[in-house]
Ligand binder design. Structure first.
Ligand SMILES: [Zn+2]
Length: 289
């Protein structure tokens, strides 16, 4: 994403100026207060109705609301988020909405858009990714998370501890952990295939959307990819029959290079299977590096 660096700079400046840089979990409300943006929450049904409104109708409601509240200053904005989401989800959504308000080029969306003047689907998708990235930068505090992650041996225990510290979802934390760790690690999130009707087929699993690998991993194992699909026999899948993290030290995978030390952990959340793999090359003298 070409704008990633700009968004990182923007969030870092925001965290510093609002005096929350280094404070965990990131006090999102304080960022709203500092930015003079009001955040209102409402329930799931209202949220669904709100999402069904066209963008232009949402803008009308928003501006009526601002007038009612006596917001004369255009810089004072309002965002609406659902109140009944789990904490981690709620925090991510608030970060995402704040991103739309504070990323300068997203302004066009609220202020200049009408029915004849809508954003292209590609721009809209990019704005969504940018707002997600903004939320992650705010919650994980960019390089502060990287430094903290590197203090931990890479396994899912470490990821879950960090998720707790940042009040972020385990999935989002796993993703970020794999991206920034200095060990050669890779992570993946697998979902069960659709069964008949609305059921799930817990014997077949698919990696979605893709493998996440650390820079050291990509450098040392450019040929290695986590399997795209898993069957019920696969060691990772055995985590689905327990509540705790499953740890393994060897893996029967053809794509693992010879002389490689492999450790992995997997965990079943009830709807997704999280996998973290750490590969290290073993030298002729038995030393791994
Ligand atoms: Zn959005």
């Amino acid at each position: 994403m070409p704008s990633a660096r700009d968004i990182t700079d923007l969030t870092r400046a925001l965290l510093r100026r609002a005096d929350v840089y280094g404070i965990l979990p990131t006090p999102i409300e304080q960022l709203y207060e500092f930015s003079q943006i009001e955040c209102f929450t409402f329930g799931a049904e209202e949220q669904r109705r709100w999402e069904r409104l066209r963008e232009s109708a949402q803008n009308v409601v928003r501006s009526m609301f601002q007038k009612l509240r006596g917001f004369g200053d255009l810089r004072e904005k309002v965002v609406f988020v659902a109140s009944d989401a789990p904490i981690a989800r709620d925090r991510f959504v608030k970060g995402h909405e704040l991103g739309h308000q504070l990323i300068p080029w997203h302004r066009v969306r609220r202020e200049y858009m009408d029915d004849n003047h809508t954003l292209s689907p590609a721009t809209r998708a990019l704005f969504e990714r940018e707002a997600n990235f903004f939320a992650a930068e705010v919650l994980f505090q960019a390089e502060l998370f990287s430094n903290r992650a590197r203090d931990f041996t890479p396994n899912l225990d470490a990821v879950f501890t960090l998720a707790e510290t940042h009040q972020s979802s385990r999935q989002a934390t796993l993703w970020r952990f794999a991206e920034v760790h200095d060990y050669p690690i890779a992570a993946g999130i697998y979902y069960p295939n659709r069964g008949t009707g609305s059921s799930r087929d817990l014997s077949r699993w698919t990696l979605w959307p893709r493998q996440i690998a650390s820079p050291a991993f990509e450098r040392r194992f450019p040929e290695f990819f986590l399997p795209h699909t898993l069957d019920v026999q696969h060691p990772f899948v055995q985590a689905t029959s327990r509540r705790s993290i499953l740890q393994g030290t060897a893996l029967e995978l053809q794509s693992v290079p010879p002389n490689t030390k492999c450790s992995w952990s997997s965990w079943w959340s009830g709807h997704a299977l999280l996998v973290l793999l750490s590969l290290r090359k073993r030298s002729r003298f038995g030393i791994t590096f």
